[in-house]
Design a binder for this molecule. Sequence first.
Ligand code: 4NP
Length: 167
Amino acid sequence: MHNDRESKFRVLMVCLGNICRSPSAHHVMEHLIEQRGLSDLIEVDSAGTYGGHAGDLPDHRMRRAARKRGYELTHRARRVTGSDFADFDLIVGMDGGNVSDLRMMAATPEEVAKIDMMGRYIRRFPHYDYVPDPYYEGAEGFELVLDLLEDACDNLLDHIVEKLPKQ
Ligand code: 4NP
């Protein structure tokens, strides 16, 4: 397998605003990829189905909660585009609304097949099958997002590694 950008497996994390959940998923996953020495093989980005926060840093409450766990959220929000469906190998929605919005945007059955949901990979929190929107919640909503994502991203990364071409 080549180590250039073209050959990397590319994952796009998607939520509504791209200022709370998906940039957190992006940075948590990037941290796990670095920890496992997979940076030459897997690349992550994030985007939102709603573009109203485009260009913004993540929400300050999300940044504060993430920083306490060692994640520096520096991503600038952007909206999902049609070309993302060609550019990425896997597109992961945080909740059912994100997934149905993504399905509406996909242009072909092959693009639909790239869509997955983060909730499928949550194992340690049996009461959750999606990552709830923390935007209108208190501080504990942001901690919950990180708890769910630290669990789910680890399992999602196992799943991605199984899909990588064997060297
Ligand atoms: P996110 O949270 O989808 O996790 O980034 C939200 C951010 C902004 C809004 C909603 C959810 N909003 O309505 O502006």
